[in-house]
Design a protein around this ligand. Structure first.
Ligand code: PEP
Ligand code: MG
Length: 563
């Protein structure tokens, strides 16, 4: 009997893995309470206002309890959302609207949340990204005040694929991964918190799958390919069988990355919290290609002491005895604001005093950090490399290398995240020992597309040929000076794109440890010449979609590997 042909919706794959399961749609979101809804005369307005505070306490407690059950990034995000729920400004504003304007509490909450969201939106950057979390808190408060179930993932017996218009990070952070096998959203971007959380929790995910909610049938089978970014609605029996066979394969990484013809490509781990280091080593990472040191500085009134920093850095170095660990100095500003480093408010924080630029204003913070790194390096056997974020000029590179040398740190390099640095990689690498390309920011600055903004997700794509040309320019600079050039942005974790990066001349790839087995598996069956040929095809493409398509078409083995 012939089957109806499946519909394939293409979005952006943000977390790899293939899953076949019934689709479950997120319920309709909480509707806005009508604007004219006021309390009848004679109501005890103060008592009604108090219900807002009580609801905020219930919502905060529920979020904190969920945070306590979660780990790492997920727990932090939930605590952050809980803090919004308990925000006295939000609660006081809503209470005042009940008393002064006689609004029903749910309407008062709605309006107060809108006001807070508008302020955050105006602040831009990190704050604008929190707007989705404010809406999530608002909906939870309205549900609590109107006696409805908290908005969220429907209860469903069998494991399923969750399909939604958009998903708040707080929801992704708490998903039960035994029940929710994959997520698909119609909106969202590849560097949104939702995408980052899905990746860190290992949930296959596709975002920006426009029209997916209308296309799927509730309980109907869907095949999600989180690497290719496709959602097949009503897959054929053959597609289902192939996906299940691939899902049954368990892939591991044996600790040495190489192409089919034996060209060594170092496969390294990105580490955030020091507690991530030991699991990264256990996953076979050859070293650490990016240790983001911001973790120790976030939510602090002042910089951590040198001793505190030494302890944290040693924990990472100790997990990689005798191995390379690239420590990035503080990358504050823009999407990672640090109160004690903040200067005057900036209209465009991503273009402001961020990354290495903060060292001009607070030289002591960099000095202390380099001292701490040097002490940690002296106490451990790891081979410590140090690099600065957001280097834009040859002078900055030269000064940073000199500062490292003064602390006895001989291997000092730069991140290439700004197009100017990519174009001047040769002169920069005349001073710096190595370069590591941060494709997340390089894409943002090359494409003039805020990496946190879903509306420009199609531009924020490291497959953009312009970004690949900047990677090629950096590699040419590296070859000219005989310096290694790595990639530590999210692009390194995408197997097909990793092949292109190697073909462009990149010598190491640093990624979330979960991605190591897939990237290693594809490289191991692809000869270096083939990487180079595919890289040329990607450079010649006229769009990100074409570059991705032409490379994937040139790698039929992707299908076999389920990537
Ligand atoms: C990058 O920009 O690609 C990068 C690795 O740095 P971060 O994501 O921490 O800005
Ligand atoms: Mg960056």
């Amino acid at each position: 009997m012939s089957q109806p042909s499946p519909t394939v919706i293409t979005g952006i794959g943000v977390s790899p893995g293939r899953v076949v399961a019934p689709a479950v749609l997120m319920p309709d979101p909480i509707a806005e309470p009508p604007s004219g809804r006021r309390l009848p005369p004679g109501t005890d307005y103060a008592a009604e206002a108090k219900r807002v505070g009580a609801a905020s306490e219930v919502v905060r407690a529920a979020l904190d309890a969920a945070a306590d059950r979660a780990q790492g990034d997920s727990a932090d995000l939930l605590h952050a959302t809980a803090a919004i729920a308990a925000d006295p400004t939000l609660v006081a504003d809503a209470e005042q609207r009940v008393v002064d304007d006689r609004l029903v509490p749910e309407r008062a909450v709605w309006e107060a949340a809108e006001a807070v969201a508008a302020q955050f939106e105006a602040l831009g950057g990190y704050f604008a990204e929190r707007v989705r979390d404010i809406a999530d808190v608002r909906d939870r408060l309205v549900a609590e005040l109107t006696g409805r179930a908290a908005p969220g993932v429907p209860a469903h017996e069998a494991p399923f694929v969750l399909v939604a218009g958009d998903l708040a990070p707080a929801i992704v952070a708490t998903l039960d991964t035994d029940r929710v096998l994959a997520i698909v959203t119609g909106a969202g971007g590849p560097t949104s918190h939702t995408a980052i959380l899905a990746r860190s929790r290992g949930i296959p995910a596709v975002v920006a799958a426009r029209g997916v909610e209308a296309a799927v049938v509730a309980e109907g089978l869907v095949l999600v390919d989180g690497a290719a970014g496709t959602v097949t609605v009503g897959p054929t029996d053959e597609q289902v069988a192939a996906a299940l066979a691939l899902a049954a394969q368990v892939r591991t990484f044996d600790g040495r990355g190489h192409t089919a013809d034996g060209h060594h490509v170092e496969l390294l781990a990105n580490v955030g919290d020091p507690s991530d280091a030991a699991p990264a080593a256990a996953a076979g990472a050859e070293g650490v290609g990016l240790f983001r040191t911001e973790f120790g500085f976030l939510d602090r009134e002042e910089a951590p002491s040198i001793d505190e920093q030494v302890t944290a850095y040693r924990r990472v170095l100790a997990a990689f005895p005798g191995r390379k660990v690239v420590v990035r100095t503080l990358d504050a500003g823009a999407d990672k604001p640090l109160p004690f480093l903040a200067g005057d408010p900036e209209v465009n924080p991503a273009l402001g005093v961020r990354g290495l630029r903060t060292a001009a204003r607070h030289p002591e913070v960099l000095e202390d950090q380099l001292a701490a790194i040097a002490r940690a390096a002296a106490a451990e056997t790891a081979e410590v490399w140090v690099m600065a974020p957001m280097v834009s000029t040859v002078d900055e590179a030269q000064q940073f290398v000199a500062a490292c040398a003064a602390h006895g740190l001989p291997v000092a390099g730069v991140m290439i995240e700004v197009p100017s640095a990519a174009l001047l990689a040769g002169p920069i690498l005349a001073h710096a020992a190595f370069a590591s390309i941060g494709t997340n920011d390089l894409t943002q600055y090359a494409m003039a597309a805020d990496r946190l903004l879903g509306a420009v997700a199609e531009l924020s794509d490291p497959w953009q040929p312009a970004v690949l040309h900047l990677v090629a320019a950096t590699c040419a600079g590296g070859a000219q000076q005989d310096r290694p050039v790595g990639v530590c942005g999210e692009a390194a974790a995408n197997p097909a794109l990793a092949v292109v990066l190697v073909g462009l001349g990149v010598t190491s790839l640093s990624m979330t440890p979960r991605a190591l087995p897939d990237v290693a598996a594809l490289l191991a069956v692809t000869p270096l010449d083939e990487c180079r040929r595919l890289a040329q095809l990607a450079l010649a493409a006229s769009s990100a979609a074409d570059a991705r398509a032409v490379v994937r078409a040139g790698l039929p083995v992707l299908e076999e590997l389920g990537l």
